[in-house]
Design a protein around this ligand. Structure first.
Ligand code: AMP
Length: 283
């Protein structure tokens, strides 16, 4: 495994890797502090590509002024060991200066899809994501980019971005990896106190509860949202940002009976820690 700190170093390593192992290049963009969720993306890339690239970059432009950029968990030595164990060929781990030479002058914005739900709760967040992923796509020159369904709206935004900007890359969505008790893996889970960690199980419990209602034939959007809210509101440390049941293609909030594939998603705060989770529901 080779580590590139600069774009020039990356380009040289990519060319050498392609010469040694002709085939597809797959890129797994991350903010580090890697866990099984990230590793599942690396494994999928490893199974499908000749060259697997993981990027590790805590992107300042996707954090709001009152968010956790400065305290976002970082452990590069551990991350590199995980990448090595997963058979990653190249890790691209640039500095902020390398990614934003001379500052963040050029930005990419994905329009209406990025202004609702997560975009409404975190103004500017998806502009930061779209900008950095555009840069990473331009740098990585990969055939496939691997992203988690954990960040369902991000995945939609990035699919749209790749399509609109005509990037020659396939955006591949991968399933959410959870702890045995249901909590979706997230680098931010380390912020949770033991009590918050226990109460955070209400997120996946609520989603599963709605899924069970759905399986019983309940179709009313309010009833399904209410099932999730009810579970989370029972936890005293949980503050709901939103519980949404939206059209899977447009993310327009649904009312009445659900007749098309839908995304049931939520964001909940425990103190300063903000967690997201979701499931897909299809008729
Ligand atoms: P992050 O480091 O949080 O920016 O995440 C990097 C990539 O890993 C994104 O595509 C995420 O959607 C994905 N990811 C994060 N958590 C999970 C998870 N629990 N299951 C699957 N993918 C995940």
């Amino acid at each position: 495994m080779q580590i590139a700190r600069t774009v020039a170093e990356y380009r040289a390593l990519r060319a050498a890797s392609l010469a040694a192992r002709p085939g597809l290049v797959g890129v797994v963009p991350t903010m580090g502090y890697l866990h099984e969720g990230h590793q599942s993306l690396m494994r999928r890339a490893r199974a499908e590509c000749g060259t697997v690239v993981t990027t590790i970059f805590v992107n300042p432009t996707q954090f709001g002024p009152n968010e956790d950029f400065s305290r976002y968990p970082r452990d590069e030595a551990r991350d590199l060991a995980i990448c090595e164990a997963e058979g990653v060929d190249i890790v691209f781990a640039p500095s902020v200066e390398e990614m934003y030479p001379g500052g963040a002058e050029t930005t990419v914005s994905v329009g209406s899809l990025s202004r609702i739900l997560e975009g409404a709760a975190r103004p500017g967040h998806f502009d930061g994501v779209a900008t950095v992923v555009t840069k990473l796509f331009a740098i990585a020159q990969a055939d496939r980019g691997y992203f988690g369904q954990k960040d369902a709206q991000q995945l939609m935004v990035l699919r749209r971005l790749a399509e609109d900007l005509r990037f020659p890359i396939e955006v591949v969505g991968c399933p959410i990896i959870r702890e045995a008790d249901g909590l979706a893996l997230s680098s931010r889970n380390v912020y949770l106190s033991p009590e918050e960690r226990t109460q955070a199980l209400s997120l996946s419990r609520g989603l599963r509860g709605a899924e069970a209602l759905w399986a019983e034939g309940v179709r009313d959007a309010d009833a399904l949202r209410h099932r999730v809210r009810h579970e989370i509101e029972a936890e005293p440390l949980a503050n709901i940002d939103y519980v949404s049941l939206a059209d899977q293609r447009t993310l327009e909030e649904l009312a009445g009976p659900v007749t098309a594939p839908a995304l049931l998603s939520l964001a909940v705060r425990f103190g300063a820690t903000r967690l997201i989770d979701n499931i897909l529901i299809a008729p």
